[in-house]
Structure formats: structure tokens, C-alpha cells
Design a protein around this ligand. Structure first.
Ligand SMILES: *Cc1c(COP(=O)(O)O)cnc(C)c1O
Length: 239
């Protein structure tokens, strides 16, 4: 077994344990391997281990891997990082899922391009659950108003919410972010009458805690593919 396959198995086990501890069914939780900065070969290893959808935070890198692998394997791409509206056309072309929606401008541009392509896109709204200025995502109190306006975009299949918790060792403060997400989800359910079932939260360092707080998608990179040493040296020839 390759180390990537072994890491995946280990994380599956940790997900099962965390789910059991929380009294949840682990089939409710999807593991999204995040392959950013790693080569297509690493993606193929995880694909051989049973994974079909992969997360990338940069559009250009995601598109490069899509192009490199589209003839080779049946792989779907989830863009999980901030998107500028001028890059929406690329996402509309190849992505299956976009987890970082936080502006109507991007929603509108994605919808327009998707209609042109005859495609649809699964979408999660990104919430800034940690109250940090520098992070992307909507402030929790603005999500409901934003969400109501998404009905106008037929090609967007809105599934739920995504967040990056505070980057800290302080479990209490991380948990506070996850709790905010549950509150926003409940508010959305009450106001819109829809499910908003997807809660994408939890990464290599905090996915077990996120599962305790209701995560249905955990985005794990380094614990599967190894540490990212030099973020700029991952794809020869592309800056
Ligand atoms: C990189 C990234 C992850 C995965 O982080 P790891 O620490 O490698 O598990 C999750 N979500 C987003 C948005 C990311 O950019």
C-alpha cells in the first residue's frame, strides 16, 4: 500500500471514531482530499484508493490538474478557495463544486457562465466564523440575506456552508467557530425552509472536533498528502 492510501485509511478510521463518539453515522461525513501543491500523481494514488473528488484552493492549479488528468481518470474537482469574478468562467468549465461563495457578483458570473456551458455547480456559502478581518467569507449575520438572493441563479445548486476555523491550538476557540456555523445553518433552515445540510468544516488539524460539531465534509490535505513545504515550488513552470 502507498503512504497516501495508508493515510487515507487512517483518517477514515479517525472519522469513524469521531463520528461514533458524537453519536453520528460516519456515512454522513465525506472526506474531501485537498491536493493543492501536490502533483497529479498524488491525486491518482488517492483515486486508486477510492476517491473521486478533490479539493484545490487555486483556480489555475485546479484547472492544470483537471487538464492533466481528464483523459486519465474519472475525477471531479472542488474549488475551495476564494474566487475573483473574472475567473468564474474557468470554474464554470471544469469544477463540480465550489465551496467559497461569498459575493453576489461571483454568484452571478458563475451562473451566467454555467448557463453558457450547459453545466451546473454544487455550491457552499463561505462564512467567516472567526471574525478575523483578513479572511474571506460572509460575516455570520449577513448570510441569511445573502442566501435568499441565491434563488435567482438557476445553475447554482446551493447545498450548505463552508468555513475555515480560527488557526490556533485553542480548542475552545476553534469549537466556537463550529458552533457559529450550526447557528447560521439553523437560522437558514428556519428562514428559507430548505435543508442547508452540508457543513464543510475541519482540516488536518481540527477535523475530529469539526465532526463533533456536525461537519458533513472535512477538507484534509497535509494529513493525506504530506506537509506542504514550499508552497511556491509545487508545479514546475507555473507561478
Ligand atoms: C489547504 C486547505 C485545506 C486543507 O488544509 P490541511 O491543513 O492541508 O488539511 C482545507 N480547506 C481549505 C480552504 C484549504 O485551502
Amino acid at each position: 500500500m502507498t503512504s497516501i492510501a495508508a493515510n487515507l485509511q487512517k483518517i477514515e478510521q479517525q472519522i469513524a471514531t469521531a463520528a461514533a463518539r458524537a453519536g453520528r453515522d460516519s456515512s454522513e461525513i465525506r472526506l474531501l482530499p485537498v491536493s493543492k501543491t501536490k502533483p497529479p500523481e498524488a491525486v491518482l494514488e488517492a483515486h486508486a484508493a477510492g476517491y473521486r473528488r478533490f479539493g484545490e484552493n487555486k483556480v489555475q492549479e485546479a484547472q492544470n490538474k483537471w487538464e492533466a488528468l481528464r483523459e486519465v481518470a474519472d475525477i471531479e474537482w472542488a474549488v475551495i478557495g476564494h474566487l475573483q469574478s473574472n475567473k468564474a468562467k474557468y470554474v464554470a468549465r471544469f469544477a463540480t463544486e465550489f465551496q467559497a461563495l461569498d459575493s453576489l457578483k461571483v454568484a452571478s458570473e458563475l451562473d451566467r457562465r454555467l448557463q453558457q456551458e450547459g453545466r451546473r455547480l454544487e455550491v457552499l456559502v463561505q462564512v467567516n466564523s472567526s471574525d478575523e478581518d483578513q479572511k474571506f467569507g460572509l460575516p455570520p449575520q449577513e448570510v441569511v440575506t445573502f442566501a435568499k438572493q441565491l434563488d435567482a441563479f438557476d445553475a447554482l445548486d446551493v447545498r450548505g456552508l463552508m468555513t475555515l476555523a480560527l488557526f490556533t491550538d485553542d480548542t475552545e476557540r476553534i469549537a466556537r467557530c463550529f458552533k457559529v456555523m450550526r447557528q447560521v445553518q439553523q437560522e437558514l433552515r428556519d428562514v428559507t425552509g430548505k435543508g442547508w445540510d452540508e457543513l464543510s468544516m475541519g482540516m488536518s488539524g481540527d477535523f475530529e472536533l469539526a465532526i463533533e460539531y456536525g461537519a458533513t465534509c472535512v477538507r484534509v490535505g497535509q494529513a493525506i498528502f504530506g506537509n506542504r513545504l514550499d508552497p511556491n515550488a509545487y508545479w514546475p513552470g507555473i507561478k
